[in-house]
Design a protein around this ligand. Structure first.
Ligand code: KG4
Ligand code: ZN
Length: 359
């Protein structure tokens, strides 16, 4: 079963082709450079860039697909490359939400257009499912080959979401806890902005923290530490950080930049680890999977590994780096499990973006 997937939920224009859990082709155009000067993603710029790039990203992805499977193409290839590719593809999947409405629309429009032109069924996928299923993706050779065992705890740490989810079977999500305000990635981005650093802030904060070996000089507040729920709140940390910085003059701030960044990161991750550990105790799961852009962070990976070891858990991250940030490969993997359950869109004219789509 071959699925072509599209994701335009935020600032990456992404197309991929998957076969089951295997990723046969993947292409991403990142708009980061376009948004950097504004200190965050500007929806209208994102929409325009998606519109400008989607056909090129699609074509490049199909060419990669062809390179991997050229021998299987028919002799009609020269006449119409796209038609030859789509003869091999069974279904089209697209991210329906959550994300920026006007950005999501671009991917959905393209998916509908292709579905109509090449007579394919459509699958609408939740971007968060994508981040969860990114951990099960394989390369074209089927590696890594680990099995998916339920129940499992899925942790999403991205720019827009911080969620703890219990999965007892495929496509079945019980939200145990989520952020009440800012997500971890968003908090890191805002901290970096407050420090006058660039966008996205996560990787910059990580680098500065590494340079001082992840010290926790300031021990900023750990929001919701005592709270019995599994919810998070990062806006309190952001505010405490902001007020602390107001006491410092420019010279002090610059001198302490790395310690400030590192202490912020430690506070943010400490809560994440504590709540994840509580969720594990409550659910007694043996497997934990973690996806989303923030899992690129080596410090967070280490903290999670230590916690998994202590609790004797199997811990799974996205197996390849390109699966960490936003991409369409993860959408293809999630779509495969949708297709297995025949969850196709019955009336494609009714398919619309859901910017606040939940799991
Ligand atoms: O999953 P993602 O690419 O997009 C969303 O769906 O939100 O996540 C983007 C987030 C941003 O907040 C970015 O700062 C953060 O992931 N991020 C990192 C790192 N790389 C990206 N955070 C911490 N450390 C990193 N190395
Ligand atoms: Zn994402």
């Amino acid at each position: 079963m071959l699925i072509l997937s599209i994701d335009t939920s935020c600032d990456e224009t992404a197309v991929a082709i998957g076969q089951g859990r295997k990723i046969l082709a993947n292409e991403v155009y990142s708009q980061i450079l376009l948004h950097q000067q504004w200190g965050g993603v500007v929806p209208s710029i994102a929409k325009k860039a998606h519109e400008e790039k989607i056909d090129l990203v699609l074509e490049t992805c199909l060419k990669k697909f062809y390179r991997g499977r050229g021998a299987l193409f028919s002799s009609q290839l020269k006449k119409d490359f796209f038609a030859a590719c789509f003869r091999q593809i069974n279904y089209i999947a697209v991210t329906q939400g959550p994300g920026l409405a006007i950005a999501l629309e671009v991917g959905i429009k393209k998916a509908k257009e292709l579905a109509e032109k090449y007579h394919k069924k459509l699958l609408a996928i939740n971007h968060l499912e994508g981040h969860i299923y990114s951990v099960f993706a394989q390369n074209s050779q089927g590696n890594p080959s680990h099995k998916i065992e339920f129940p499992l705890l899925a942790v999403i740490v991205s720019g827009g979401h911080t969620e703890l989810i219990l999965m007892k079977k495929h496509l079945h999500y019980e939200i145990l806890g989520s952020t009440l305000d800012d997500a971890v990635g968003e908090a890191l981005d805002k901290a970096a902005k407050t420090l006058g650093l660039g966008y996205p802030g996560g990787p910059i904060i990580e680098k500065l923290s590494q340079e001082v070996k992840n010290v926790d000089t300031y021990h900023f507040p750990r929001p919701m530490w005592q709270d019995q729920s599994l919810n998070f709140s990062y806006s309190g940390l952001k505010t405490a950080f902001y007020y602390y910085l107001r006491h410092l003059n420019e010279a002090e701030k610059n001198q302490q930049l790395k310690q400030l960044a590192s202490s912020f990161q430690e506070a943010a991750f400490a809560v994440l680890i504590k709540k994840t550990q509580t969720a594990i105790k409550q659910t007694k799961v043996k497997t934990i999977v973690v996806g989303g852009g923030v899992i690129a962070n080596k410090r967070l990976r280490l903290l999670l590994r230590l916690m998994a070891k202590k609790n004797n858990l199997k811990l799974i991250f996205p197996p390849y780096y390109y699966l960490v940030g936003d991409n369409a490969a993860m959408i293809a993997v999630a779509a495969y499990f949708h297709a297995r359950q025949h969850r196709f869109i019955s009336d494609i004219n009714k398919l619309d973006r859901l910017p606040r789509m939940s799991l």
